[in-house]
Design a protein around this ligand. Structure first.
Ligand code: TXA
Ligand code: MG
Length: 339
């Protein structure tokens, strides 16, 4: 199948494909999603196929308005309404209890809850409205690979496997949305993102559980996606924990008789001379730009170089840094450079 690339001005054509049960990748402020009509079971099944995604891993339902959430979910709590008012449209996904049989098990992974999100991207909101249906969307990458932050990344993984892609340029946040579970007794962050625990606690009158849920082999995970290998480039990533570790890390890199990648901020890159066998990928100036550039950098080394080893800079594990470090740790399989 030929994958058609649509500009935002051609959103109606992309919407017609969704309405016809086809797959169309769409932009959001976080990463690109792989879209299908959330009410069309055959279309939803194709999403799993195209991605190679395990079928027990539920999908986020992207909506253009709160009324659509209320069509499927049980009545929203005061806190849910406050969070919607504070953060939608934006990178906060919320998990709500569903009315009986409101969505197909292919969407929910057989759970009685579903994840909803109202993305901050005008073209995608127009897409949902024109298709006249909510759109499921996992990240539009091959399962296990870094999430796509450009249309080119999506094409690299899914060209020929999907009907279209709505291209609105590079995404702004770069790491996936915060997933907040509001279906239980206490709000719990299942995946950190740009909407931080502190920001959520400032809006609601309850503490938020942030403890990362570590999933054992036999345990049923809260967010089923968390048990799978994630964001893993072909190259091995080594996390450089402290800015002061870079001289030692680069000395070690120089001793390896292979080309190496270096992902670090401009400050680090300016302060340290790179050995000849190292290629740099700038993470920009701060944790915002680092989050925006992380997946693109990992993909760059995999697809445009022969590099098999990457040194990558850590950030403080707070605020947006918690989301960045969550993704970086998974990319690296928890491997750190040790001085
Ligand atoms: O930023 C994002 O959230 C992107 C864009 C495209 O919106 N989407 C995204 O989707 O990252 P995905 O499928 O790659 O990640 C969704 C995560 C998975 O870990 C999944 O297991 C979890 O949310 N999830 C979805 N529905 C759930 C539910 N009912 N209960 C618990 N976890 C759920
Ligand atoms: Mg994903």
């Amino acid at each position: 199948m030929e994958t058609k690339v649509f500009k935002p001005s051609a959103v109606d054509q992309a919407a017609a494909l969704i309405a016809a049960g086809q797959l169309v990748a769409f932009p959001t402020e976080t990463v690109y999603g792989l879209g299908a009509d959330a009410t069309n079971v055959a279309a939803v099944k194709q999403v799993y196929q195209a991605k190679g995604r395990p079928s027990d891993n539920p999908l986020i339902v992207h909506v253009a308005d709160v009324a659509t959430v209320e069509r499927f979910a049980k009545p929203l709590s005061i806190n849910a309404k406050r969070l919607i008012k504070a953060f939608w449209p934006g990178p906060l996904t919320m998990i709500f209890n569903l009315k009986p049989d409101a969505l197909a098990p292919e969407v929910t992974g057989g759970l009685t809850t579903a994840a909803f999100r109202n993305p901050a991207n005008a073209a995608t909101i127009a897409l949902i409205k024109a298709a006249k249906t909510p759109i499921v969307g996992p990240s539009a990458n091959t399962s296990g690979k870094p999430s796509p932050t450009t249309a080119q990344h999506v094409l690299h993984d899914l060209d020929g496997k999907i009907a279209g892609i709505l291209d609105d340029g590079a995404t702004k946040v770069g790491v996936e949305s915060t997933v907040l579970d509001l279906s239980g007794d206490q709000p719990a962050i299942l995946r950190p993102g740009a909407v931080t625990a502190e920001a959520i606690e400032a809006v609601i009158d309850e503490p938020v559980l942030t403890e990362q849920h570590h999933v054992g082999a036999t345990e049923v995970p809260k967010a089923p996606g968390m048990k799978y290998k994630h964001y893993a480039p072909d190259a091995q990533v080594y996390i450089v924990d402290h800015v002061t570790d870079w001289p030692a890390a680069l000395t070690w890199a120089a001793q390896q008789n292979v080309p190496m990648g270096v992902m670090a901020t401009d400050t680090v890159l300016k302060a340290n001379k790179l050995p000849a066998n190292c290629e740099q990928y700038s993470l920009g100036n701060d944790v915002q730009s680092a989050s925006r550039n992380l997946f693109a950098g990992l993909r760059h080394f995999d697809t445009e170089t022969s590099i098999k080893d990457i040194l990558a800079q850590a950030f403080d594990n707070q605020g947006l840094g918690a989301a960045y470090m969550n993704r970086l740790n998974k990319s690296a399989g928890q491997t750190h450079f040790r001085v």
